[in-house]
Design a protein around this ligand. Structure first.
Ligand code: UT7
Length: 329
C-alpha cells in the first residue's frame, strides 16, 4: 500500500525584539571585533530574549502564525512536537506549556532533543505519525533561548548564538506537494565536542557547577567545524539521492545557519550556486533547531520560494546529529 504523502502546510516564526550587534560585546567586556566575527562566522547581529521571552512564548507565537496561515484551529491539532535544547524547565516538556498557551486541548505534546537537527528530526517524526494514522495534524515547534545556556564570558562561543522560534503545521499533502526524502544520523561518540557538561542528573546544579560554568555550552569549535562540513555534505547527498534528483534541480538550499563558511562548503559540495542558498546567519546567528524553520518561513514570506518549489534542507549539530530533507512546497 502506498503511504500517504505529507507536507508542510504553513510556517510561522518569532524572534525577540532585542537585537545585539557585534559591536555590543565590548559593553559586556568581551574582547572581540565585528571584523573577526564577520570573517570567521558571517554573523553581524542576533536577537536576544528579553525578560518576558521564553522558549514557550516564542514557540507559541510562531505556532499561532503557522496555524493561522494553515487555517488550523487549536482543537484540530493532534500532536505537538517541540524541538529544543533550551526547555523552559526540565520537567514537564515545553511542548505542554505551548499546548496550554494555544489551548490545543486534544493534542498529545512532547519535546525532542536533537540539537540543531531538531526541526528535521521532528519533521521526519511528524511524517511517520501521519503516515501511520496516529495523527492528521502535527504542530512542530522549534524554539530556542540559546542566550540562557551561553557562557557570556567565553568569546569563542558567546558571539555565535541567537534566540528565536519557527513552527510548521504538517498534514497530508495535496496536489503532489510534500516531503520527498528524509535522512537522519547521529554519532554519540563525539558528544563531548559540543555539550553542556553539567546541570543534568549526573552532575546536578550546585555552587561548584555554577562557579565552573559547566552548565553552559562548551564547544571545540575547530573540531565541530570539520565534522559539520563533512556531515552536511553527506546529508545533502543522501537527501538528493533519496528524492532521485541532483543539486541542479533544487530551487533553494536552506542549510542550518551556524557559520557562513560551512554553508558555502555545503553548497559547493552539492553544486548549488550561492544565489540559490538562503542565508540569514548574518542577522540571527545560530538559533540551533529554530534556524531552518526561521529561514524557511522568511524565504516563503519574501517569495524566494512558493508552492511547487523544490527545497533542500540540511542540518548538523550537537550529538553529533546530522539530517536532511527534500520537500516540494
Ligand atoms: O550549531 C552546531 C554547529 N556549530 C558550528 O558549526 C560551529 C563550528 N565552529 C565554528 O564555526 C568555528 O570553529 C568558530 C567560529 C567557533 C571559531 O572559528 P575558528 O576559525 O575555528 O577559530 P578558533 O577557535 O580556531 O580560534 C582562532 C583564534 C584563537 O586565537 P589564537 O589561539 O589563534 O591566538 C581564538 O582565541 O581566534 C580567537 N578567537 C577570537 N578572537 C576574536 C576566538 N573567538 C574569538 C572572538 N573574537 N570572538
Amino acid at each position: 500500500m502506498k503511504r500517504p504523502s505529507v507536507q508542510i502546510s504553513a510556517m510561522g516564526r518569532s524572534v525577540p525584539a532585542r537585537v545585539m550587534t557585534n559591536y555590543d560585546f565590548a559593553a559586556i567586556g568581551i574582547e572581540t571585533t565585528h571584523e573577526w566575527v564577520m570573517e570567521r562566522t558571517g554573523i553581524s547581529e542576533r536577537h536576544i530574549a528579553g525578560p518576558d521571552d521564553t522558549t514557550c512564548s516564542m514557540g507559541a507565537k510562531a505556532a499561532r502564525i503557522a496555524m493561522q496561515r494553515a487555517g488550523v484551529l487549536p482543537g484540530e491539532i493532534d500532536i505537538i512536537i517541540c524541538s529544543t535544547a533550551t526547555p523552559d524547565r526540565l520537567l514537564p516538556a515545553t511542548a505542554v506549556d505551548i499546548q496550554a498557551s494555544l489551548g490545543a486541548s486534544r493534542a498529545a505534546a512532547f519535546d525532542i532533543s536533537a540539537a540543531c537537527c531538531g526541526f528535521l528530526y521532528g519533521m521526519t517524526m511528524a511524517e511517520g505519525l501521519i503516515q501511520s494514522g496516529a495523527a492528521e495534524t502535527v504542530l512542530l515547534v522549534s524554539s530556542e533561548k540559546m542566550s540562557a545556556i551561553t557562557d557570556w564570558t567565553d568569546r569563542a562561543t558567546c558571539v555565535l548564538f541567537g534566540d528565536g522560534a519557527g513552527a510548521a503545521v504538517i498534514r497530508r499533502s495535496q496536489k503532489g506537494r510534500g516531503i520527498l526524502s528524509t535522512f537522519m544520523r547521529s554519532d554519540g561518540t563525539l558528544a563531548d565536542l559540543l555539550y553542556r557538561p553539567a546541570g543534568g542528573a549526573t552532575t546536578p546544579m550546585s555552587p561548584a557547577v555554577l562557579e565552573a560554568r559547566t552548565h553552559l555550552v562548551h564547544m571545540a569549535g575547530r573540531e565541530v567545524f570539520k565534522h559539520a562540513v563533512r556531515s552536511m555534505a553527506e546529508s545533502a547527498d543522501r537527501a538528493l539521492d533519496g528524492a532521485r534528483i541532483n543539486g541542479g534541480d533544487i530551487d533553494l538550499l536552506i542549510p542550518h545557519q551556524a557559520n557562513l563558511r560551512i554553508i558555502e562548503a555545503t553548497a559547493k559540495h552539492a553544486s548549488i550556486p550561492m544565489s540559490k542558498v538562503y542565508v540569514n546567519v548574518d542577522r540571527y546567528g545560530n538559533t540551533s533547531s529554530a534556524s531552518i524553520p526561521i529561514a524557511l518561513d522568511e524565504a516563503m514570506q519574501k517569495g524566494v520560494v512558493g508552492e511547487g518549489s523544490l527545497v533542500l534542507m540540511v542540518a548538523f549539530g550537537a550529538g553529533f546529529t546530522w539530517a536532511s530533507s527534500v520537500v516540494r512546497l
